[in-house]
Design a protein around this ligand. Structure first.
Ligand code: PHE
Length: 353
């Protein structure tokens, strides 16, 4: 049928004077558009399609060339030829549009496939961290004392010599003030050598009655298996009316039993600190040690001179104080034999606690 009509166009119309130019143009239109639609349908990428679009539909493309030839047709042949050209062109444009849609979808599908994440794959679990053994011990001790009504305060690591030594009743020539024992700053401050300065700060800032604990880093020029130049202490003290050595013993026994177990035996040995009088050191029974006892803290009744230095009348108020090494207690509690392990930040070591 189409063959017949094609024959009609060329054969029936020819005698009526179809120009050769039109015949050639129609033949080329037919050939070009068939080739274009085939190529466009077969395009395998958007880039290839774009090349085809330029080749057929671009300003310098095949269709533009045919349009130029259309311009030189006789006027009476133009309407029919124009209709034919437009029809062929819209078929190519439609084919191009369809191919573009298909290729864009393919590209998206391809991306979705290549970028797909398999959410069912097991992930790499991040290693869970935990608190440092010293922090664990500190919190445990804080729980014990806050349970007895103590408040927690803080004080600075860089202190004046007055607060770190003088106010605590250290005489000017006390050996602890020596450069060999204490880190001094260029401006004559010290890195606090103990947490006892907290007694001075708390007692100077707040009127008694007081029950305070405070902990943090302290510094001494000292380094071996059981001494680190930086270590952790916790200080505690009570100031009230009628506070006696009995309160001190009762409080510390309570603490030792809470931390090490109710049956733990304690021993109070006379000792000396410039800021307490009388003073004692407390040992706990450790059957696995050849000595049988292990020292865990220093304590005593707050020296009247210290109370006076803080503006507290020692005739009216009395108090007790104690200081313990958190590192030492962590070592004891976890069976750690070298204090340096606590500060090397070796995850293999720390992950055990
Ligand atoms: N500050 C003392 C020390 O560092 C410990 C201590 C604190 C002793 C409070 C008595 C009272 O050794």
């Amino acid at each position: 049928m189409s063959d017949a009509s094609a024959v009609n166009v060329s054969e029936t119309n020819e005698p009526e004077g179809v120009s050769e130019a039109l015949q050639a143009l129609l033949a080329d239109v037919e050939k070009m558009s068939a080739g274009a639609v085939g190529a466009i349908d077969a395009a395998s990428s958007i880039e290839a399609l774009e090349e085809l679009r330029l080749r057929f539909l671009g300003k310098k493309g095949a269709f533009a060339e045919l349009n130029r030839r259309f311009g030189s047709l006789p006027a009476e042949e133009k309407p029919a030829a124009g209709k034919e050209l437009n029809e062929r062109k819209s078929r190519i444009v439609a084919a191009e549009k369809a191919a573009r849609t298909r290729l864009e979808r393919e590209r998206i599908d391809q991306r979705l496939r290549s970028e797909a994440i398999d959410v069912t794959l097991p992930g790499t679990a991040p290693g869970g961290g935990h608190l440092h053994p010293i922090v664990q011990v500190r919190r445990e001790i804080e729980r014990v004392f806050t349970g007895m009504g103590f408040q927690i305060t803080e004080s600075p690591e860089v202190e004046s010599e007055w607060v770190n030594f003088d106010a605590l009743n250290f005489l000017p020539d006390h050996p602890a003030r020596d450069m060999q024992d204490t880190f001094f700053t260029d401006r004559g401050h010290v890195l606090r050598t103990h947490t006892s300065p907290n007694q001075i700060r708390a007692m100077s800032a707040t009127k008694p009655p007081l029950a305070v604990i405070s902990s943090g880093k302290v510094y001494r020029c000292d380094a071996d298996a059981t001494h680190s130049p930086m270590f952790f202490q916790m200080e505690g003290f009570v100031v009230d009316q009628g506070v006696s050595m009995a309160h001190l013993k009762g409080t510390l026994n309570e603490f030792v039993h809470a931390l090490f177990g109710p049956g733990t035996e304690t021993r109070f040995r006379p000792s000396f600190f410039p800021f307490t009088e009388p003073s004692a050191e407390v040992d706990i029974r450790c059957d696995w040690l050849s000595a049988g006892w292990m020292e865990i803290l220093g304590c005593g009744m707050i020296h009247p001179a210290v109370l006076t230095n803080c503006g507290i009348d020692p005739e009216k108020w009395s108090g007790f104080a104690f200081g313990l090494g958190l590192d030492r207690i962590a070592m004891l509690k976890y069976g750690i034999d070298d204090i340096r392990h606590l500060y090397e930040n070796d995850a293999r070591f720390l992950s055990q606690f």
